[in-house]
Design a protein around this ligand. Structure first.
Ligand code: AR6
Length: 169
C-alpha cells in the first residue's frame, strides 16, 4: 500500500483507524473541544486509563486503548498554547505530531487520524499550524515502516481548506 496523507472533514471519534490522536491538555484528564468529544465517546474507562499517567508535558504523547471508540488506540498529546509565536510554539507543535507518530509506529499502527492540534482553544493560527503539521507528517512518512496512511480530520470547512492548501505546497 502506498503511503498517503489525506484531508477530510468529519468527527474524529467516528474513525475506524488504528489510532486517533487527541488534542489534550497537560493534565490528560479531559476538557472541551475534541478532547471532550473523545472522552464522551470512549467512555469512563478512558478517564481511568489517563489517570495513571499523572499528566504529560506539552509536545509529548501517551497512548491508551480506544475503549468504546471504533479506533484501536488513542494517542494523547498536549499541543502548545499560542502566546504570540515567540515562545517555542512552532517547535512544540512539531514535537506533538512527531511524538504522536513515533508512538503510532511503535504500536504498529498503519492508519492514524489527527485533529487540528492547538488551533481551537489553544489559538495557534490554523494556516501556520497546517503547514507545520503537513511538513512533519511528510517527513515522518518518508521513513516509517508501519505508518502508511495519515488522515487530517478537520471539523469545519475553514480548517479543511487550510490543510488542503498546505498539502499542495
Ligand atoms: N473531530 C475532529 N475535530 C474536532 C472535533 C471532533 N469531534 N471537535 C473539535 N474539533 P480544540 P486545542 C476540532 O480546542 O486547540 C481542550 O479543552 C476543533 O474545531 O479541541 O488543541 C483540551 O482539553 C479544532 O479545529 O484543541 C485542551 O485544554 C481542533 O479540533 C484544549 O482544549 C482543535 O481544537 C486544547 O486545545
Amino acid at each position: 500500500m502506498a503511503k498517503s496523507i489525506q484531508v477530510e472533514q468529519g468527527d474524529i471519534t467516528t474513525y475506524q483507524v488504528d489510532a486517533i490522536v487527541n488534542a489534550a491538555n497537560t493534565t490528560l484528564m479531559g476538557g472541551g473541544g475534541v478532547d471532550g468529544a473523545i472522552h464522551r465517546a470512549a467512555g469512563p474507562a478512558l478517564y481511568a486509563a489517563c489517570e495513571q499517567f499523572h499528566g504529560c508535558p506539552t509536545g509529548e504523547a501517551r497512548i491508551t486503548p480506544g475503549f468504546k471508540l471504533p479506533a484501536k488506540y488513542i494517542i494523547h498529546t498536549p499541543g502548545p498554547i499560542w502566546r504570540g509565536g515567540q515562545n517555542g510554539e512552532p517547535e512544540l507543535l512539531v514535537a506533538s505530531y512527531c511524538n504522536s507518530l513515533k508512538l503510532a509506529e511503535h504500536y504498529h499502527c498503519r492508519t492514524v487520524a489527527f485533529p487540528s492540534i492547538s488551533t481551537g482553544v489553544y489559538a495557534f493560527p490554523v494556516e501556520r499550524a497546517a503547514q507545520i503539521a503537513i511538513k512533519t507528517i511528510r517527513e515522518f512518512l518518508a521513513n516509517s515502516h508501519w505508518v502508511q496512511q495519515v488522515i487530517m480530520v478537520a471539523f469545519d470547512p475553514a480548517t479543511k481548506a487550510a490543510y488542503q492548501k498546505a498539502l499542495l505546497t
